[in-house]
Write a protein that binds this ligand. Sequence first.
Ligand code: NAP
Length: 304
Amino acid sequence: MDYDVIIIGGGPAGLTAGIYTSRAGLNTLLIESYSVACQAVTTDQIENYPGFPDGVNGFELIEKFKKQAEKFGTEFIINEVKGIKENRPFWLIETDDKTYSGRAVIIASGARPKRLGVPGEDKFRGKGVSYCATCDGALFKNKEVVVAGGGDTALEEAIFLTRFAKKVTVIHRRNALRGTKILQERAFNNKKIEFVWDAIISEITGPAKVASVKVKNVKTGVETEVLCDGVFIFVGYAPNTGFLKDALPLDESGYIITDDNCLTLKPGVFACGDCRKKLLRQVVTACGDGATAAFACQHFLGKG
Ligand code: NAP
């Protein structure tokens, strides 16, 4: 069966695109990954999405988006996209076990947490090393954890972790945080949070699960050991665009290059949300992107 539109990714951008294309009468298939959860789903409280003055749980918000897309007729499948290929007038979307065909494609594959790339990180993943406080925070009740990073994610998640852990040590490679003022103030005022400045984690150690991290001062080169039960890594994100290989032009960091209307350099292929090269990556901008990509797609297919 040929679809009008195939959307790759089930986060806020892909789901918003699905709501718009289905509502516009386009036969829409949305392919969700089984290995990558969208970042919003693993966010405990989203405080800056309009309409929710008390914040909203990410999982609940995304479930509502999904219901809305389903209501208008978006078809959902769970599979891993391996590649996209042009076969005019269609685009072929290759998954693990099947190839789907669509007249247009909207890529909303999002981004994933970056790794630190230090010894012990892979070995202790799931044994104390985590990239998701909402998923794993509760495992560290009355324990001591460290957080790597100094951006909004690191601060927000460090604050969240204080609900469980008795001590949270934020290790940041500079002596000034990147995160926004409001989160900085909340973190500085939280008695459970301590900061180690100008330092990086050089190794994660422990016999069977995490027991400590080696911390290197980047100015003096002096290495110390911090005992901990968990290591939460929040050092930015990388786009999930590996499956595109050479199908589309990407920037030097792997983000998809589009125009203001979310059109890539290939006709009929649109990109929206965190996988796209742009200034601000938030739920609200992902939704805006999804709507724009869907609208541009409607025009491309002659249904605008
Ligand atoms: P980010 O803003 O890119 O910050 C990454 C942090 O990790 C920076 O402090 C960076 O240090 C540090 N870092 C990067 N590579 C490192 C390495 N190899 N070793 C040690 N430290 C490293 O990423 P983010 O915090 O995930 O935020 C991503 C985007 O989402 C941002 O636009 C952010 O504003 C947004 N966000 C917003 C909210 C909110 O509005 N509530 C919440 C979460 C995220 P440097 O500072 O030295 O570069």
